[in-house]
Design a protein around this ligand. Structure first.
Ligand code: SF4
Ligand code: SF4
Length: 217
């Protein structure tokens, strides 16, 4: 029927308008910025960098491999890798980015950087309030602004973050078990070598006959 879509749309609007007086779920708008509609779990805007522990300088998961920088379609990621490895939050020596900038005025929220990162170090944020009068510097987010704790990641993408945490914990347990097995094998090899060194080898006199003479019949 001609105009059926318009009638359905108007009916929905009327249902929401009158329903909003007695049913909070019919309230489809809020008084922004005083009120905000919470972002959906799968919402995404611009990327951020995840860090573990309390200290973003130590706990950044990013190891500056630069894969995301190469794969970003509009080339809005800029990374300078540190020249020396530094201990991360568990004391493991890692490279870190000295500079990690994302120009969010260029970023198209495609999430490719997240898909290609092998270290679960970059994730999509749900924050969308980046309004600024400084069109250039204000939208170039540096490492300090991009770094957010894993607790924040768990808060905004609870399901996804739980899966990532589980996977990382399994990988860590596997690596620790391998390191322990390697250390034990090394210790066993060292003990065998020490035991072989400590066993005295029989000394043969150069004047002694090699074979005792046979008794006379
Ligand atoms: S965010 Fe991931 S892919 Fe990008 S440089 Fe860091 S570790 Fe590599
Ligand atoms: S979301 Fe897409 S455009 Fe934005 S930084 Fe990541 S790869 Fe680049």
């Amino acid at each position: 029927m001609l105009g059926e879509g318009i009638i359905k749309g108007m009916a929905e609007t009327a249902r929401n308008f009158f329903g909003s007086y007695h049913d909070a779920d019919r309230m489809t708008t809020v008084q922004f910025p005083e009120d905000r509609i919470p972002a959906k779990e799968n919402a995404r805007n611009f990327p951020f960098l995840v860090f573990d522990g309390e200290d973003p300088a130590k706990g950044l998961r990013c190891v500056a491999c630069q894969i995301c920088e190469k794969e970003c379609p509009p080339k809005c990621i800029y990374i300078v890798k540190d020249t020396v490895k530094k201990p991360d939050y568990i004391g493991k020596l890692q490279f870190q980015p000295r500079v990690f900038d994302i120009d969010v005025s260029v970023c198209m929220s495609c999430q490719i950087c997240v898909e290609v990162c092998p270290f679960e170090a970059i994730k999509m944020d749900t924050d969308y309030e980046f309004g600024t009068a400084d069109r250039f510097g204000g939208l170039l987010l540096n490492k300090q602004r991009l770094a957010k704790p894993n607790t924040y990641y768990r808060k905004i993408h609870a399901t996804e973050a739980a899966e990532v945490d589980e996977r990382l914990a399994a990988e860590k347990a596997k690596a620790e078990a391998k390191a322990k097995a390697d250390a034990e094998a090394k210790a066993r090899a060292a003990a065998t070598a020490a035991a072989a060194k400590a066993t005295p080898t029989p000394v043969v006199s150069p004047t002694a006959p090699a074979i005792a003479p046979a008794p006379a019949k």
